[in-house]
Design a binder for this molecule. Structure first.
Ligand code: CR1
Length: 829
């Protein structure tokens, strides 16, 4: 009876300490216990990796406590929840971030020291969780950190890929891709929920069934796969709140194939089952071209279906009908990748929960919000109708029905303008009939967000002009931000300590606007000395890494100039490399005595190219070919070095960003939706050399154009310049450096030919030739400033001081208040 149960619970409580404590002895005991019982090594003999595992498990225990409390609290309060659906999360490492957010970094450091270990050394043992490609995926990770820190009742949902983003290996200067089987050594940061599973169905047919005197549609699927939840607790900083990132893995389902076991071919039946797991096996490594692959669509639906079953189950736990659904649930579509969720919500509500179509539609229009991350047309997904029809026949019908109602409505609004109607249709009639996922997302979401102000402007005036004219109220923007927890506190502890010292508080870690308080000290000579020391230490750390990796010795007195991001033509790494060739050429051609005046540079480039993106791969090769020549030229010495950092990822970024004096964000204006690397570099006191693109426009407003090095064609000039093609004059220096590459000065003449063609007059879509002159001028201005270390340091301080607006805390608050309509729900201590 109840009495017995109560006695049992009381006894259990009596046996437990209320919470794990984090004093020195407890931490040491917990770590050693995990060495012995979890890692199963003797506490008298374990190596750094085992120590890391034990350490991670002791942190995990503390995360779990808070996480339980938070989930119970959310359940009790039943607030409106935000569900963040994203096919990609680029989390990187978890250890340092967790202990910092839990507020026990120093305690762990001391505990380990006495045991003979160093926290930093153990932290290096952790591999990156790289379940994403680039900007979009890292943004999701930053936003999860902010959602937790700001106490929002939020869940992230995604896929637990077995292979994360490929590892980039450079052989002879060429990129090779190696699989990232990241779960090989276990993952202490996730909790496998063997009982949180849902069936996900594919294929089959749709049948009409009699129902309540009428007909209704019933999907009879042909294949079932099981989704298993893996929970990743995400701790907030300065709060007990710890939220959930729930990632789904595919497993064979018992419902799948009962009959195949009767065929006698037992071995093959089992082997076939195993194939279910391929759905969550590999992340697509191309971040902006979609080829309508079945596996990709399967991944999308798999994660959408499992997430929605989970969300609806949670809703039904505390509600007896659906009336309050839109008051309790907000669904955020991170790009178009999860937009099948729209059709799935309709299907579940109508086919399974038997709501009428109009009511379900009304809910859909209230719960979905959509953020797009690109301006490039090839970044907009299209799904061939044939593919959808075979994989998800019922969803195709629903999308057609949505489209029918919408087009009827549209005709009433805009008349029979068939061109416009066909542009705005969710269904594209063409050689390959397909579904335009962006149109689906726009039609069905109440808000369409851009990721910076100018991005939103481009959406309204170009990409989604037709929609903007119809529904101006839907279009908004939330300028991206990054979390200062990871990008200052974790990655740059010395700068972090310095900031806290000069502000007299650590409060900026939660309230980043306080960084502006550094402004008043921007000319203080003591701060300058300390600032320079911190920067130098970070540069030394980076220089050691460069030498260990590539054997290249670089001088920390040189200006460290970095460009780190995915390799893409529009991001113009090629402009950077051509600029480096120009610099090299100048050094070669100058009088020996003049070389003293050259400001020494270490140019650092890092980034991955999509495996099938030939041009990007050639850019990587060119970088290596130029480096080979420049780095080994005795005429040049320390005046110029070029380093390509292989396998750029979150951890590498944490090392490179604090060591950057200058960083380049040089996309052709009108192409970068926002850019977030620039924000991390700005926070860390790097000066920016940039075009007026994406969020840079807003950075200029915060720190002033004279606090950075700007160049290049303006956004409004670009279309006309492209039109002009060969009519504008390209500077002689540009023609000269391209010719050097063409003529085989760096070898590989044939291989680079097509790359050179890409920037020839008339063909130069990204305007490298047009922008070259002003690029060189901006570079010269940077050199000139670097010589004046006092000025440089002041600008560096003002960069950090002016970076407050670019915290993801601000972004998330805007989303919460203006788009999702959610409120903080803080777990009491
Ligand atoms: C955009 O290219 C933006 C991030 C985050 C990227 C970049 O400008 O800062 O998204 N898009 O919003 C992307 O990764 C796959 O697309």
């Amino acid at each position: 009876g109840g009495g017995e149960a109560r006695v049992r619970v009381e006894r259990m409580f009596g046996l437990m300490d209320r919470f794990l404590t984090s004093d020195l002895i407890s931490l040491q005991k917990d770590i050693l216990d995990h060495v012995e019982y979890t890692v199963a090594r003797s506490r008298f003999s374990f190596d750094d990796f085992e120590a890391y595992q034990a350490l991670a498990h002791s942190v995990r225990d503390r995360l779990i406590e808070r996480w339980h409390d938070t989930q119970i609290h959310f359940k009790r309060k039943d607030p409106k929840r935000i569900y963040f659906l994203s096919l990609e999360f680029l989390m990187g490492r978890s250890l340092s971030n967790s202990v910092i957010n839990l507020g026990i970094r120093d305690q762990y450091g001391d505990a380990l020291n006495e045991l003979g270990f160093e926290f930093e050394v153990l932290a290096e043992q952790e591999g990156d969780a790289a379940l994403g490609n680039g900007g979009l995926a890292r943004l999701s990770a930053c936003q999860m950190d902010s959602l937790a820190t700001l106490d929002y009742p939020a869940w992230g949902y995604g896929l637990r890929y077995q292979y994360g983003l490929f590892r980039q290996v450079i052989l002879d200067g060429y990129q090779h891709e190696q699989p990232d089987y990241w779960l090989n050594f276990g993952n202490p940061w996730e909790i496998e929920r063997v009982h949180v599973t849902y069936p996900v169905k594919f294929y089959g047919t749709v049948e009409d069934e009699n129902f309540n005197g009428g007909k209704r549609k019933v999907w009879v699927p042909g294949e079932t796969v099981e989704a298993v939840a893996y929970d990743n607790p995400i701790p907030g900083y300065g709060t007990r709140n710890t939220i959930t990132l729930r990632l789904w893995a595919a497993k064979p389902s018992d419902q799948m194939d009962m009959e195949s076991y009767n065929t006698g071919d037992y071995i093959n039946a089992v082997v076939n089952r195993q194939r279910a797991e391929t759905i969550s096996s590999v992340l697509y490594p191309d971040d902006r071209s979609y080829q309508g692959k079945e596996l990709r669509l399967k991944q999308q639906y798999f994660f959408v279906s499992a997430s929605l079953q989970d969300i609806i189950r949670r809703f039904k736990d505390s509600h007896s009908n659906f009336d309050d659904f839109p008051e309790k649930v907000a669904l955020q579509l991170n790009d178009t990748h999860p937009s099948l969720a729209i059709a799935e919500v309709m299907r579940v509500l109508v086919d399974e929960e038997h709501l009428d179509w109009n009511k379900a539609w009304d809910f859909v229009c209230k719960i979905f919000t959509f953020t797009t991350h690109t301006v490039l047309p090839e970044g907009l997904e299209k799904v061939p109708v044939d593919l959808l029809e075979s994989l998800l026949p019922r969803h195709l019908q629903i999308i057609y029905d949505i489209n029918f109602d919408y087009i009827e409505e549209l005709k009433k609004r805009i008349g029979l303008d068939y061109d416009r109607l066909s542009r705005m249709s969710i269904v594209e009639d063409g050689a390959v009939k397909s579904i335009r996922m962006a149109n689906l997302a726009i039609v069905c979401s109440h808000t369409v967000n851009g990721v910076s102000r100018v991005h939103s402007k481009l959406l309204k005036t170009r990409v989604f002009k037709d929609f903007y004219e119809l529904w101006p109220h839907k279009f908004h923007y939330k300028t991206n931000g990054v979390t200062q927890r990871r990008w200052i506190v974790v990655s740059n502890p010395s700068l972090s300590a310095l900031i806290s010292k000069w502000l007299g508080t650590e409060a900026w870690i939660r309230d980043v606007d306080l960084l502006a308080g550094l402004q008043e000290h921007a000319a203080n000579a003591d701060l300058h000395e300390e600032w320079k020391t911190v920067r130098k230490v970070n540069k030394m750390r980076l220089a050691e890494y460069i030498e260990a990796m590539s054997g290249i010795k670089v001088s920390v007195n040189a200006m460290f100039d970095v460009q780190i991001k995915r390799i893409h033509e529009y991001k113009r790494q090629l402009l950077n490399i051509l600029g480096i060739i120009h610099r090299y050429d100048c050094i070669k051609n100058m009088e020996k005595s003049d070389r003293r005046k050259v400001v020494p540079r270490v140019c650092i480039i890092g980034g991955k190219a999509a495996p099938g993106y030939e041009v990007a791969k050639k850019i990587i090769k060119l970088c290596h070919a130029v480096a080979e020549k420049v780095n080994n030229d005795p005429d040049v010495g320390d005046l110029l070095k070029l380093v390509f950092i292989p396998d750029y990822n979150v951890s590498v970024a944490e090392l490179v960003i604090p060591g950057a004096d200058l960083s380049q964000h040089i996309s052709t204006a009108g192409n970068e939706a926002s850019g977030t690397g620039s924000m991390k570099l700005l926070m860390n006191g790097s000066l920016l050399l940039a075009t007026e693109d994406g969020s840079t426009v807003e950075i200029i407003e915060e720190i002033g154009a004279d606090n950075m090095f700007l160049f290049g064609a303006k956004m409004h000039e670009v279309p006309a310049l492209r039109e002009k093609g060969s009519a504008f004059k390209v500077p002689l220096q540009f023609a000269r450096v391209v010719r050097m590459v063409r003529d085989g000065y760096f070898g590989f003449q044939d291989y680079f030919e097509s790359l050179c063609d890409k920037v020839e007059v008339g063909n130069d879509f990204y305007l490298l030739g047009y922008d070259f002159q002003s690029y060189l001028e901006a570079q010269a201005a940077a050199d000139k400033t670097f010589v004046d270390q006092e000025k440089w340091t002041r600008m560096s301080i003002l960069s950090t001081a002016g970076s407050g607006r670019f915290s993801s805390d601000r972004t998330i608050e805007e989303y919460a208040e203006k788009t999702w309509g959610i409120e903080p729900c803080r777990c009491p201590f």
